[in-house]
Design a binder for this molecule. Structure first.
Ligand SMILES: Cc1cc2nc3c(=O)[nH]c(=O)nc-3n(C[C@H](O)[C@H](O)[C@H](O)COP(=O)(O)O)c2cc1C
Length: 174
């Protein structure tokens, strides 16, 4: 069962959960993929409610988002199995089906095609309205070297900021 909520009523829960991780889910055709994110924020821009997520270029999620422009965010409420966040934060949808492997329960959303995940019951439905590649030269040097070292191929795996307009939110209940 779903209960409609105002996402801003749960802003504190979202910000407190982020350091340990929350889930960002995408759907392309029949493929549903979820990943752990630890960076993000909720607020207002252009007079609209927005959730911003930071996704590195190399993520399977980034590829799916660029095609579909929709995502859900799922936040733990009460007890959560930390194995879920660990698995979804280390395995890629390029290699495995995380939803199947963990036996996660998908729940249809109301406004977008991407489902929510019952095991982390606070669900926010977002449509991407803006995407921004980070301007690395504007980032302090210490942060650049820590987060964006140059790999053997000369890549730095930058983050893209995805601005999702919040078009719905619900709590998944028994
Ligand atoms: C606690 C935690 C937080 C993470 N936060 C982010 C994040 O904010 N952005 C990001 O791009 N990757 C983040 N990751 C790494 C991704 O979750 C990980 O690379 C994942 O396998 C990507 O899945 P995908 O390839 O299916 O998209 C985080 C991992 C953990 C464990």
């Amino acid at each position: 069962m779903k209960r409609e909520i105002n996402a801003f009523d749960y802003a504190g829960d979202i910000c407190k959960a982020l350091p340990k991780g929350i889930l960002l889910t995408t759907k392309r055709g029949d493929e549903v993929n979820t990943m752990t994110i630890g960076w993000g924020h909720i607020g207002i821009e252009w007079g609209r409610p927005i959730f911003v997520a930071y996704i590195r270029d190399s993520r399977h999620t980034r590829e799916m988002l660029d095609e579909t422009n929709e995502f859900t965010v799922n936040i733990p409420y009460g007890n959560v199995d930390n194995h879920i966040l660990g698995y979804c934060g280390t395995k890629s949808g390029k290699d495995v089906n995380k939803i199947q492997d963990l036996g996660l329960t998908l729940v249809d959303s109301d406004h977008i095609s991407v489902p929510g995940i019952k095991e982390l019951p606070i669900t926010i439905e977002c449509k991407v309205i803006y995407k921004l590649k980070q301007e690395v030269s504007a980032i302090p040097e210490g942060i650049q070297s820590r987060y964006y070292p140059v790999d053997a191929q000369g890549n730095q795996d930058f983050h893209y900021a995805y601005y999702g307009e919040i078009v719905g939110a619900y709590m998944i209940e028994e």
